[in-house]
Write a protein that binds this ligand. Structure first.
Ligand SMILES: *Cc1c(COP(=O)(O)O)cnc(C)c1O
Length: 363
């Protein structure tokens, strides 16, 4: 028997995560020079100048292993979030941390709850650890928190919540979250994923930090990949009770966040002006893009993130192909069971203009 037949069945059954197409790949395939990538919710302003300077200075230190405890980064995060360092853990993207939670708290026979149309990594994590994924039907393309609470059983170990959610952009408010939390038993881990926190400008937004104070079973995850503009460097962090961080640290590889990433994340956290400028750009451009898409007859879902998920009808896959030919990469979400939708990240003014002019040409 070949070794491929020896793989654990719950691993062999995983459908791989499909990332956005890299710019260089489309350039290679079609020989295009101008390519606009609006497929992975990155910051269209790129990297802040302060981060560039910090990166330059850090290059000289790359001969040595990084600080395995990420002291300066965790200390900067602790100060920024007003928590203690013992409550902070950093990861190779928040993706790694989301998976650590699964590996520490769930295994075969356990259930992991998440919403239909929620971030794909939650379901993949359930499969990686051999737990049973419990996908709760969405309501208006967002989390149905009441149905999620009703789905809790004695086997439930973890509940993943994304707010705002990717790929739909949906959002739930503080009151809804609190009502939900009151129904969750204290032994069930609730992961509150705030990857798009910075873009939310609503008075009724929940605060992950307040959640931590009120519910010791909560783990909050955040990322430097979106508003902070460090997607390539793979850095995220989580906030949890010190004992929980201690448990998660047992399965962490000693140097999971590399030196350049640590240094750049400290600089990025210190450049809140850049974050504000990014959020302001997103706000202005998102409403322009939504208006334009609506005028073209498409139906964008409401979004609190730096992207918009658009119902384009049965032609969505063909529109995606035509956009690629025109040098615009967006994200099909058929793998989420949303074959009629495309998810489009909000870019710079010029990038969004490229998108809209390309869309005007598709049939
Ligand atoms: C992008 C994203 C993340 C962050 O991923 P990283 O691994 O930190 O780059 C986490 N959760 C959601 C919902 C996301 O969309």
């Amino acid at each position: 028997m070949a070794i491929v037949d020896q793989a654990l069945p719950h691993v062999a059954n995983i459908s791989p995560y499909i990332p956005g197409k890299p710019v260089s790949e489309l350039q290679r395939e079609l020989g295009l020079s101008r390519v606009t990538k609006l497929a992975s919710n990155e910051n269209p302003l790129g990297v802040s100048q302060r981060v560039e300077q910090a990166a330059q200075a850090a290059l000289k230190t790359l001969g040595r292993y990084p600080d395995g405890n990420a002291y300066y980064l965790r200390s900067a995060i602790a100060e920024f979030t007003q928590r203690t360092m013992a409550e902070v853990m950093v990861g190779n993207g928040s993706n790694e941390l989301l998976e650590f939670v699964g590996r520490v708290f769930a295994g075969p026979g356990d259930e992991i709850i998440f919403s239909q149309y929620a971030f794909a990594v939650y379901g993949i994590t359930a499969q990686i650890v051999g737990a049973t994924p419990v996908q709760v039907p969405a309501k208006d393309y967002g989390h149905d928190l009441a149905a999620m609470a009703a789905a809790i059983t004695p086997k439930t170990k973890i509940i993943y919540l994304a707010n705002p959610n990717n790929p739909t952009g949906s959002f739930f408010n503080a009151q809804a979250l609190d009502a939900f939390m009151q129904q969750v038993p204290a032994h069930v881990v609730v992961v509150y994923d705030e990857a798009y926190l910075e873009y939310v400008e609503r008075d009724d937004a929940p605060s992950g930090l307040a959640l931590l104070d009120n519910y010791p079973n909560v783990i909050v995850t955040r990322t430097f990949s979106k508003a902070y503009g460090l997607a390539a460097l793979r850095v995220g962090y989580l906030l949890a009770q010190p004992e929980v961080v201690g448990l998660l640290n047992r399965i962490r590889a000693p140097f999971n966040v590399n030196e350049l990433s640590q240094v750049c994340a400290v600089a990025a956290l210190g450049d809140q002006d850049f974050v504000s400028a990014s959020v302001a750009l997103n706000k202005q451009e998102r409403s322009k893009v939504i208006t334009a898409l609506t005028q073209m007859g498409y139906q964008p879902l409401p979004s609190e993130g730096n992207f918009v998920c658009v119902n384009m009808g049965p032609n969505a896959a063909s529109i995606n192909q035509q956009l690629l030919q025109l040098g615009v990469i967006v994200r099909p979400v058929a793998n989420y069971g949303m074959a009629d939708f495309l998810r489009i990240s909000i870019g710079t003014e010029a990038e969004n203009a490229h998108l809209l002019s390309a869309l005007a040409q598709v049939s």
